[in-house]
Write a protein that binds this ligand. Structure first.
Ligand code: CO
Ligand code: CO
Ligand code: CO
Length: 523
């Protein structure tokens, strides 16, 4: 504390002034070796998801951005490397002998549920899933944990690890070690090593025309997690996703291997269409998805129709939509569901139509009650997806049946309405909702708030900037900066407004503003 005072900065976090927030609020200085009391009393109000920005697999780096970066890296090639980075598959496969391959994968993400033990279980299921999706049998695991140990109770970290270990034990996997980092935002996951025979590897590149597509778990975990963060998820839907996310894909994978699947991937952060995109690209085929047949968790279609969906949906859409053609009758909400980022989702399996029904029955019998045939592989192509609202049209359909001769980005649905550009969303309560199919009354309310009154539009726009900075909402700030510049508001005015936000949001808001105003032209 003494040295912190001298420097005018907290020495445990030099970005913060001293006395830091913690000292002011709780009278604790971590630099002086003091600790927050172990908050046993806080137990009942555990809200892990309130501590993170992007829950679960929505914390992935957007696929489009990731692939731009990976493309520039040197290629890794080795005759023993059967599946490497090049094919965007679930796990790497490396041949160590004529009859043995290693399957390796690592997955780490931010809490998607509030209970630390459950989060640990889900993290383990999610990490193991990529090994299962390759037809592999996981053997060992290493844990990776980022944890704000100075500000959060160590009990939660213990319970996260315990949940993970219990799930590994259920899977017959041995935890051999791990690594931990004192991190500002919680994250947890595992590096998994498994084995598979070289001739039994199931990649995402083997889907064949005529195959049917089986999905083993419902989708919508991202939409429900997001709804929970904004206080709009039902208990029923939360229980349903918790159960599903903490269920291993082990049985599903065993059945998939038994029925000699041609291709498989698990549905996680890039959503159903994002992961299917990888499959159709690598397999060189067109897939048809029957939107109405896709199993979803309770409330998901309704929430999506009301515009309740996180930013991950938009990022996934941006990534996949160039190869997606959607029939005209499909609403934006229905498409959002298909783009929704999943945490510990099910397997998406392409297999011969002859055995698909039998495989489905086997899946349902062994606990995957919601498994469904959700589409089929049509013809060879450079990799396209056709989403249709016709239930299981077993008849081959011609691309462009809906009137467009070639596959084109999804038609205008996303481009309707509102002050908020469609590719981003604003976290002003309800702004995202107003952008979608919100009730009339709500749209009207939002319209009234933003309309000029006693304050003119310029003043209101400047307020949105101050508020965006104060609450540190990146999409809001981006949208309103662009809008303010478009309205001819000067860089100086914007800067002053932003600093009002900093004054109310503190150090974090300052860091946020400095990181996000790079594009402001200085005049
Ligand atoms: Co201090
Ligand atoms: Co300190
Ligand atoms: Co995967």
């Amino acid at each position: 504390m003494r040295r912190s005072r001298q420097l005018g900065h907290c020495i445990c976090d030099p970005r913060k002034p001293c006395p830091c927030d913690l000292l002011i609020e709780k009278d604790v200085c971590l630099c002086a070796g003091e600790r927050l009391e172990e908050p046993a009393a806080r137990e009942e109000s555990v809200r892990l998801t309130k501590l993170v920005k992007n829950a679960g697999c929505a914390s992935k780096i957007p696929a489009a951005e990731l692939s731009r970066i990976l493309k520039r890296l040197p290629e890794v090639s080795d005759p023993r490397l059967l599946v490497g980075m090049g094919t965007a598959d679930d796990a790497g496969v490396f041949r160590v002998s004529d009859d043995l391959c290693l399957v390796q994968t690592v997955d780490v993400f931010a809490p998607c549920v509030d209970d630390p033990y459950l989060f640990g279980q889900i993290a383990a299921c999610n990490s193991l899933s990529d090994c299962y999706a390759m037809g592999g049998t996981p053997i060992t695991a290493l844990s990776i944990i980022g944890y704000p140990i100075s500000t959060q109770p160590s009990e939660w970290m213990y319970r996260m690890l315990l949940g993970g270990m219990d799930k590994l034990r259920e899977a017959g996997v041995v935890l051999v070690g791990g690594h931990s980092i004192n991190d500002e935002e919680m994250k947890f996951g595992f590096a998994i090593t498994g084995s598979v025979r070289p001739d039994a590897v199931v990649t995402n590149a083997g889907a064949q025309p005529g195959d049917l597509l089986v999905l083993t778990k419902p989708i919508g975990t991202g939409i429900i997690s997001f709804a929970a963060q904004v206080g709009r998820a039902s208990e029923e839907s939360l229980r349903a996703i918790e159960k599903s996310m903490s269920t291993l894909n082990r049985t599903a994978a065993e059945i998939m291997v038994r029925f000699e699947a041609h291709a498989c991937t698990d549905v996680t952060g890039f959503g159903l269409l994002g992961h299917l995109r990888h499959m159709v690209r690598e397999s060189g085929v067109t897939a048809e998805i029957w939107a109405a047949e896709v199993p979803v968790f309770p409330d998901v279609r309704r929430l999506a129709a009301e515009g309740v969906a996180g930013g991950a949906v938009e990022r996934n859409r941006e990534f996949a939509e160039e190869c997606v053609q959607a029939d005209d009758g499909l609403s934006e909400g229905e498409m959002d569901v298909l783009y929704d980022a999943q945490t510990s989702g099910g397997l998406l399996i392409a297999l011969s139509a002859k055995v698909a029904e039998e495989c489905l029955a086997a899946l349902r019998e062994s606990g995957c009650e919601d498994a469904a045939i959700v589409g089929r592989i049509a013809e060879k192509s450079e990799g396209r997806i056709h989403v249709t609202n016709q239930a299981s049209s077993q008849e081959p359909r011609k691309d462009g049946a809906a009137g467009s001769p070639s596959v084109s980005p999804k038609p205008g649905a996303a481009l309707q309405s509102s002050a908020v550009p469609p590719e981003e969303e604003c976290c002003a309560p309800g702004a995202a909702v107003a952008a979608g199919n919100a009730p009339e009354a709500f749209k009207q309310f939002m319209g009234n708030v933003f309309a000029p009154g006693a304050l003119d539009v310029i003043q209101k726009e400047l307020m949105t900037i101050a508020l965006s900075v104060a609450v540190q909402c990146e999409p809001c700030l981006k949208i309103h900066l662009a809008k303010a510049r478009e309205m001819g508001i000067s860089a100086e005015e914007i800067e002053e407004a932003a600093w009002m936000g900093v004054a109310f949001g503190g150090c974090k808001a300052m860091m946020f503003w400095q990181a996000n105003n790079a594009g402001t032209p200085k005049s």
